[in-house]
Write a protein that binds this ligand. Structure first.
Ligand SMILES: *[C@@H]1O[C@H](CO)[C@@H](O)[C@H](O)[C@H]1NC(C)=O
Ligand SMILES: *[C@@H]1O[C@H](CO)[C@@H](O)[C@H](O)[C@H]1NC(C)=O
Ligand SMILES: *[C@@H]1O[C@H](CO)[C@@H](O)[C@H](O)[C@H]1NC(C)=O
Length: 382
């Protein structure tokens, strides 16, 4: 009834049509104003992205969304490993930062111990694809760090386990203190991740000899750290000792060992925090005293000898004689060699005799990759 009444009233009808004419005009004004606003905002944001980078736009928004001291609010922020390994700390700053240790021994969260695989390389990793296969499916149990010549620019795809795992590096030379510096730099960077419990030093010519779970269990389950350390009475051992090392290092404590170590977090901290032995070795162990064969084995023997297995877990072939171990190329990779690397192993593991002594092997040239890739599933278990 009322509907009909309304529609019959001409005044109402007229006022209505005038209203609908006024409304679009206001709406249009509002729309234009809104459009202009949008336009200026997008211009401003394009300008800001171009000149300050995307991050700054995002971080400049953040403080309004979160309270100022949000960094301190959850434990997550303390235990999360750094997302960007390319920091701007100097070695001095880095080593100080890495040497910070919690006094409360029990972790207030479920800490799954990780192994830090630290690659000390000149440039590329020619055996990367073999390592990729080895790591596949074991996320959360390992972290990777690469120290290469600073001039080398890595170009791993974002799907690679090696993607953005380069640490700030400096030139290092074999047999010189700069080599130990590089190793300490790797350790210090790896220490920044609180979940890293064991630290393995590897080169670009190393391969793993077992599947990931076997190697993980062997290393994590070991009471001792695998640092080669022996007392060599000959000219290449004690013969390299210098009396100026006293009183810090007595000749009876002088040790020699392979550079390729595996150590736990405690020993990694001893190495990174060291200011007592470092000056002595850097001053009095110069070629023909090859410092990378003596500094860590000797220093750790003095500081924590009872924690060392005194053997390396990296297999190397000295059978060809000479000053350098054998390098295996494509034609050397045979079933015979695969078997030879596992043959006749006898050692002590956690105070028990064991036939699994070596977890890694070197040295393999880039040409060995294809043959290794084919034989790995049968002989190496990955
Ligand atoms: C790893 O190798 C061991 C023996 O070498 C085997 O028992 C185990 O099943 C392998 N693990 C995986 C995940 O393949
Ligand atoms: C080195 O240590 C031995 C015992 O291990 C000791 O007899 C000797 O006097 C020490 N040498 C020096 C120069 O202190
Ligand atoms: C390694 O050698 C040190 C002495 O240099 C010794 O105290 C330690 O017990 C040895 N480690 C093992 C597992 O035998």
């Amino acid at each position: 009834m009322e509907e009909g009444k309304e529609s019959k009233d001409p005044n109402v009808a007229i006022s209505r049509t005038s209203q609908t004419r006024v409304l679009p005009q206001r709406l249009l004004k509002l729309l234009v104003f809104f459009l202009v606003l949008c336009f200026t905002f997008s211009i401003v944001s394009i300008y800001m992205i171009r000149y300050f980078g995307v991050n700054n736009v995002i971080t400049s928004v953040k403080p309004t969304l979160f309270p100022c001291n949000s960094e301190m609010k959850s434990l997550e922020q303390w235990i999360k490993p750094p997302s960007n390994l390319m920091h701007e700390m100097s070695d001095k700053e880095l080593f100080w930062r890495a040497s910070l240790v919690p006094r409360v021994k029990k972790y207030p969260f479920n800490r799954v111990p990780k192994i830090a695989f630290m690659f000390l390389t000149k440039g590329p990793l020619p055996l990367a694809s073999l390592w990729e296969r080895f790591f596949k499916g074991h996320d959360g149990l390992y972290s990777i760090y690469i120290h290469s010549l600073p001039s080398f620019k890595a170009d791993f795809p974002s799907s690679s386990v090696f993607y953005k795992r380069q640490i700030p590096s400096q030139v290092s030379e074999w047999g010189k203190m700069s080599m130990c510096d590089a190793e300490r730099r790797l350790l210090a960077n790896a220490l920044l991740d609180i979940s890293n419990e064991r630290f393995v030093l590897l080169s670009e010519s190393c391969i793993p000899l077992y599947n990931f779970s076997t190697i993980y269990d062997y290393i994590i389950g070991s009471k001792y750290s695998f640092m080669g350390a022996f007392d060599d009475p000959g000219p290449y051992g004690r013969g390299r000792y210098n009396d100026n090392m006293l009183p810090e290092v007595n000749i009876t404590e002088w040790r020699k060992g392979s550079q390729w170590f595996e150590i736990n977090r405690k020993l990694a901290l001893y190495i990174v925090e060291d200011t007592k032995f470092y000056p002595k070795f850097s001053k009095f162990c110069k070629p023909a005293c090859y410092v990378d064969e003596h500094y860590f084995p000797t220093m750790l023997t003095i500081r924590a000898g009872s924690l060392l297995a005194n053997r390396s877990v990296t297999w190397v072939d000295w059978s060809r004689g000479g000053a350098h171990p054998a390098t295996f190329g494509g034609s050397d990779i045979t079933e015979g060699l695969m078997k030879r690397m596992f043959e006749g192993q006898k050692c002590v593991y956690n105070d028990q005799p064991s036939s699994v002594c070596f977890l890694f092997a070197r040295k393999f040239s880039p040409s060995a990759l294809q043959a290794l890739f084919l034989l790995a599933p049968k002989f190496l278990g990955y």
